[in-house]
Every structure is written in C-alpha cells, then in structure tokens.
Design a protein around this ligand. Structure first.
Ligand code: ADP
Ligand code: MG
Length: 522
C-alpha cells in the first residue's frame, strides 16, 4: 500500500508540472493568437469584414430570414403546372367566371406586318405615368412619335371615375392644341392603352373588371371604359374617336411584331406584371367572335391575379402577406405583388426592417432602431429603382449601396450592412425573375412554335441590371428544348402598339409626319 501510495504521489508530482507546463503553453498560444487576431482585425478591418460577411447567407439567422424567399426548381415546375391549369380555367366558357387568371380575348387577331401607315393618337393609362402620343406609322416598319407625360394626381387616382375621364380629356385637348390638331377637319383615330383587367366585348368596348396598381376610382368597375372616355372627349368637342382599347401587353406584342413577325408574346414588367400571347381560336372557349381566318386571337392573360385563390400560398412569405394586407387591393394580384416594380422595393424594405428588429442589421446605428421618422420606417420609401442601384455594385466598395442606404437614413453604413442589403435585394429580384420566367415558359410551351420572340416592356426589365439575364437563364431550363425563344425590349409598346391597333381598326388614316421630344407636364 505504502509503495503504491508513494508511487501515486510521485506520479502526481511528475504529472502536475507537465499539466501546468501544457496549460501554460496553451494559454500563451491562446493569448498570442487572440492578440494576433485582434491586431489583424484592427490592421485590416475591411478584410476581416469581407471574410465574415462576403457571403451574408453564411450567417444562419440572416439566411433563415432571406431563405423564406427561395423557390426550389421542383416548386417552380409545380407553379408552372398550376398556372397552366388556371389558364385553361380562364379560357373555358364553363369555368371562366370562377377563374382567377382571366385569359381575356383582346379582339386583336392580326399582328402587323410593318406596312401599316397613318397618323394616330394614343393614350397610355395604367401605371406610373399617363401619356398622350401622336404616332406616324411610315409603312416600312418604322414609326415616328411625339409624346407628353401628364401627371394624374393621387386624388384623381382614387377619386370619382368621372373626374378621371374629364382629366384625361382635358389633357388630350391641351396636347392636340399644342400639336395643332384641333379643328383640322380630321377626326383622328385614337388607340387607348388601358392597362387594367377588362372584359372586352369588341375592339372598342371593354368593361373594367377591377382596378389594380394604385388606381381605385369609383363608378368605373363593370362600365364600358371606351364609352366613358368617348363621352368625356365629346363633351369637350375634341375631334378624336377611340377606335380600340388595348392592354399594354397587347400593345407591346404589336409594336414588337411590327419589326419582328415571330413575336407571339407581349410581357410587361413595370408597375405591374402581365402577359399576352397569340392563341388558336379552338382553345378559346369564351370566344364569341367569328371563326374566319386567321383562327387566332391575342389573349390578355391578366396573370398578375394568379394566386388570388390561394394556390400560391405555399411560396408566400410573411412579407408578401404584409404587402398584401396593407395594399389598396388586399387578396388581389398575388403573383404581381411578388414580381413587379410597385412591390419589389417594398418587399426589400420589409425584410430590412425585420432584420433591424432582430438586431441583425445596422448594428452600429442603434439610434435609428426606434427612430420611426427615418425613411426606412415609411411605406414605399425603398424604391424599386434602389434595388437596381444596389445590385449594380460589384466587389466590396458598395458605393451605390452606400448612397441608397444614406437615402433611407443610414449614414456611413458598414461593409456588413451593405453586403446584407445587397444580398436581400438580390434574393428578392431573383425570386421575381424566377416567377416571371416560369410564366413565360408556360406560354412558350403552349404556343409550340420552333421559335418565339417575346416583346418586353416596363422599367423593371429595362433598368434592372440583372433581371433580363436571370430571367433568360431560368427560362432556358424551363422551356421545352424543342422551342427557341428570344427576349426583345420593345420600344414604347404601350404607345406605338395601341396606335397600330387603332390604325388597323380605322379606315381613314391621316398623312402628316411630326417628330418631337417627350416632355413632362405637371
Ligand atoms: P408603367 O408600368 O406604369 O407603365 P414603367 O414601365 O415605367 O411604368 O414601370 C414603373 C415601375 O418601374 C415603378 O414601379 C418603378 O418602381 C419601377 N422602376 C422605375 N425605375 C426603375 C429602375 N431603375 N429599376 C427597377 N425598377 C424601376
Ligand atoms: Mg407602361
């Protein structure tokens, strides 16, 4: 026992110094390591931050928030199948009334071939700006146009419908007076681009089914908007006749087809989103026109309403729900609210706010956490054009992102702040591009032509630095390999296209040619 005890004691005596030495060595290494690491951070803060947040998705909490936006490939294919079914529901006469994707026949059956000629007026109402245009179709695939933008005050956008049409007629009078078109003895044909869902009964009669995109004038739903417009024009004794009501998607398709006959789809990615395409009459159960050649008609899908029956709930996030409940049309335009310019910036703002509330963002700006006067806390203050600006930044300088953040009240944002905000913007616009791509793929697979050109209009598509490339890339994996497609930016489809429809519809084209610049009138 003694020897054992001795042995134990002597062993303990031997082990202790070894442990102490090891502990001492370890502690020294740790202290030196921490000191070196601290020195590294102080010396190269940007590099340290770059390592930590170059991929903001690596931060688990941020990843969890932003991941709610991700749509998997399987989900996207599922969405395409649902959309296809919804489109068939809209086209069938027995189910059209219950359909959310309305698939309205536009009564435009012929696409132009470039030989159209004449001088036509066009009105473009349906989003951010109200424009009036005078368009000369030269008959050789070229056009010249002059246009002016008029502001529609917010009070008129949500006021009495009569005031809206009086205001439009007043602007038209002012425009025609300036262009010396009044009292010329000519009654000018006018194409009315009215980009809201309408049940058309002919080219020049259309009942509004519902307002969208920030408009909500009383006394217009279920009324013939061509009649309301013409009554207001006649009241002011203006020599113009509305001969066609055209959706902006249809205008875009027509304007693009004037230059490229393979155009069969028109797409809008602006304030709202919508698409139209050329469909065979035998697929259009709701068609009540004649079945003469060409046995086709442009269908205005009104796909912005896809999901209004809850079929997209499986991909909606709490941000989408918040956007919807605080909109002027809750429960409506669910697909549009995930894609278009009116909503993308706001989705980004809501995610930023959520991260701020979870103390994951703007950590060095805790003074703004409860300063509800900063633009960050105000609805609509993160414009969709900011998303474009943020995504223009490449590398780690973030000069554009910094500018945008300063705009919403974050002075001197850190590297991390910029990286995270850019990551959010990227995911929100990627999701929008994926959804739009899925919609287009459904149409291209349906048209079944070896090659289809898609005419696209709208500021989101035009100005966002990646949207068009993302959308094309996603489409490549969703479109049937037998079909080729081209995306073409349409030059002012909603103006020129409406004029084209009006020109074809009108038998007495005018001959004068004018060219002026666009100017803004408030
Ligand atoms: P509309 O659809 O009303 O005819 P536009 O095609 O100009 O008009 O689209 C307006 C929408 O585009 C607005 O919602 C706006 O937020 C968005 N937008 C404007 N500029 C940009 C931009 N640079 N990048 C992305 N979106 C933009
Ligand atoms: Mg437009």
């Amino acid at each position: 026992m003694m020897s054992l005890n001795f042995a134990q004691i002597s062993q303990d005596d031997l082990i202790s110094p070894m442990i102490w030495k090891a502990a001492y060595g370890f502690a020294t290494t740790c202290i030196l390591g921490v000191a070196a690491y601290a020195g590294y951070r102080v010396g190269t803060p940007e590099r340290y931050q770059a390592r930590q947040h170059l991929n903001p998705e690596l931060n688990d909490q941020i990843k969890k928030v932003v991941d709610s936006l991700k749509i998997t490939d399987d989900q996207l294919i599922n969405i395409m199948q649902i959309l296809e079914e919804e489109m068939n529901t809209g086209l069938s006469s027995s189910t059209h009334n219950q359909a959310t994707v309305k698939m309205f026949p536009s009564y435009v059956q012929n696409v132009p071939n470039g030989t159209e000629i004449g001088q036509v007026l066009a009105l473009d109402l349906g989003g951010t700006n109200f424009r009036i245009l005078l368009i000369d179709l030269h008959g050789n695939s070229t056009v010249e146009s002059t246009s002016r933008i008029f502001v529609i005050p917010q009070s008129i956008m949500i006021g009495d419908g009569k005031h809206l049409f009086h205001h439009i007629a007043e602007c038209l009078h002012e425009f025609m007076e300036k262009e010396h078109l009044l009292n010329t003895g000519i009654c000018y044909p006018l194409g009315f681009t009215f980009s809201f869902p309408c049940q058309q009964e002919s080219l020049a009669s259309a009942r509004l089914t519902t307002w969208t995109k920030g408009f909500n004038c009383s006394g217009v739903v279920n009324e013939d908007v061509v009649k309301l417009l013409q009554d207001a024009i006649n009241e002011k004794h203006i020599n113009a006749k509305c001969v066609a009501l055209v959706n902006d998607t249809v205008g875009t398709l027509m304007a693009c087809a004037y230059k490229d006959p393979s155009t069969a789809i028109g797409l809008i990615l602006g304030t709202g989103t919508n698409a139209c395409y050329i469909e065979s009459l035998d697929k259009v159960g709701t068609w009540n026109g004649n079945y003469d050649e060409p046995k086709q008609v442009i269908i205005n899908t009104e796909w912005g309403a896809f999901g209004d029956n809850g079929c997209l709930n499986f991909i909606r996030t709490k941000y989408d729900e918040e956007i919807d409940v605080s909109s002027i049309n809750p429960g409506k335009q669910i697909f549009e609210k995930m894609i278009s310019g009116m909503y993308i910036g706001e989705i980004v703002r809501l995610i930023i706010l959520d991260l701020v509330q979870q103390e994951l963002l703007f950590l060095s700006h805790r003074d703004i956490y409860r300063d509800y006067t900063t633009p960050l806390y105000n609805r609509g203050e993160f414009y969709t054009k900011f998303v474009s600006t943020v995504e223009t930044d490449e590398g780690i300088q973030f000069s554009n992102t910094r500018r945008v953040l300063e705009n919403i009240g974050i002075q001197n944002p850190t590297y991390n702040d910029c990286a995270i905000v850019q990551y959010i913007c990227r995911q929100v616009s990627k999701r929008a591009a994926r959804l739009a791509a899925a919609g287009l793929a459904v149409l291209i697979n349906r048209i079944r032509k070896p090659h289809v050109t898609v005419g696209v209009d709208g500021s989101l598509y035009r100005y966002h630095p990646r949207f068009k490339y993302d959308m094309k890339r996603y489409m490549e994996s969703l479109v049937n390999k037998d079909f080729q497609f081209t995306l073409t930016l349409s030059d002012d489809g909603s103006g020129v296209g409406a004029a084209m429809v009006a020109c074809v519809a009108d038998a007495s084209p005018c001959k004068e040619t004018r060219v002026y610049d666009e100017e803004i009138v408030s």
